[in-house]
Design a protein around this ligand. Sequence first.
Ligand SMILES: CC(C)(COP(=O)(O)OP(=O)(O)OC[C@H]1O[C@@H](n2cnc3c(N)ncnc32)[C@H](O)[C@@H]1OP(=O)(O)O)[C@@H](O)C(=O)NCCC(=O)NCCS
Length: 360
Amino acid sequence: MRITIDEVEIPASGSSAVFDAVQEVANTLEAEIWSTDDFAMTSAMTLPEYRDQRFQRRVLLAAAIDGRVVGRGWLGYGTEADAVTASLDVGVLPEARRRGIGTALLLELERRALAAGRPTVTAFTQHAVDDIPADEPLLGASVGERAIPANAAASRFMLDRGYALAQVERTNRCDLASMLGELPDIVATSTARAGHLYRLVHWVDRTPDELLGSLATAREHMATDIPAADLELDPEVWTPERVRAREAQLAASGDHAIVVAAVHRDSGAVAGYSELVLGEGKEHAEQWDTLVLADHRGHGLGLWMKAANLLALADQAPERSRIYTWNADENEHMLAINDRLGFRIIGYSGEWQRRLPRSD
Ligand SMILES: CC(C)(COP(=O)(O)OP(=O)(O)OC[C@H]1O[C@@H](n2cnc3c(N)ncnc32)[C@H](O)[C@@H]1OP(=O)(O)O)[C@@H](O)C(=O)NCCC(=O)NCCS
């Protein structure tokens, strides 16, 4: 039995057999956790993330036994010169576990993070609520009330590799049909409350030119003005060019983004934004960023934007019946909004961090 760990070369066009095999492994692992194909991706959906490396570097590794791909790992980090963090993920097919393959992948990714000057590495583990045994010991972060199973293979793996649980996130799902009737009222109440100060602007995929600069600023705040518990986060630099690059990347993946911004009437600037991302061929949508800038909080903009955007989704893509979203367990305000919008917990993710010792 020969175990190999190799970097996957990213094909300039089309896909490759090894990239497809790695994607297949990733899909098997997601389905193992969530018992659904909702999170399965094709290579065509994933490849654009690897092709444009101007703002985010991304490295992909394949682990194989006698040439058959049984595991994969990726490392990602911002290209900002002063950044110190990197994110990574490793996964091994069930039949190939406990042979040191996960550790070999992790060590190689950690080595590369250090070499890139990113000594603080973050990894995540996912846990469906239905799979958490009642008598299982739990592990929580320093804030928040929810916890993940301490003895799950993924938790043991992280702990044994020296990672600390820095934050717990909730994975939530909303079945849109059950909420649709309530959304117009929520939007009307929100408009009455804040409509004299803000107006909502909707778009699909392409940010209007006049909002590009202030949306870029808002995206910078999205990197740091969020509850982070014990996670160390890097600031991100967002320029209009980077916003356009991200739009191009989503388009290349076949995704669509339905976006709403709350625009401050006096300044004409984005005070907050919220985006739903629609993967190609899927029956669900994913609620990604929602942010209200600090100066504009306390006007109910979060609930207003989200409710309005769900209505836009129901109008433009009525076949998308379920929405997923991910929130920090200690993010009380956002959790209250999501609760109001009918989101329910289906699982947790553990966000783990480790500061790597220098090799010299
Ligand atoms: C976590 C995962 C990557 C481990 O892969 P693996 O190839 O089995 O890992 P290794 O063989 O290198 O195991 C390393 C150590 O982790 C711990 N570990 C792994 N699985 C474990 C389990 N089921 N129970 C207890 N400890 C476990 C052990 O300490 C193990 O060392 P040992 O076998 O000498 O006791 C794999 O279970 C997996 O793919 N899970 C789903 C994806 C995921 O959660 N990834 C983690 C996020 S980075």
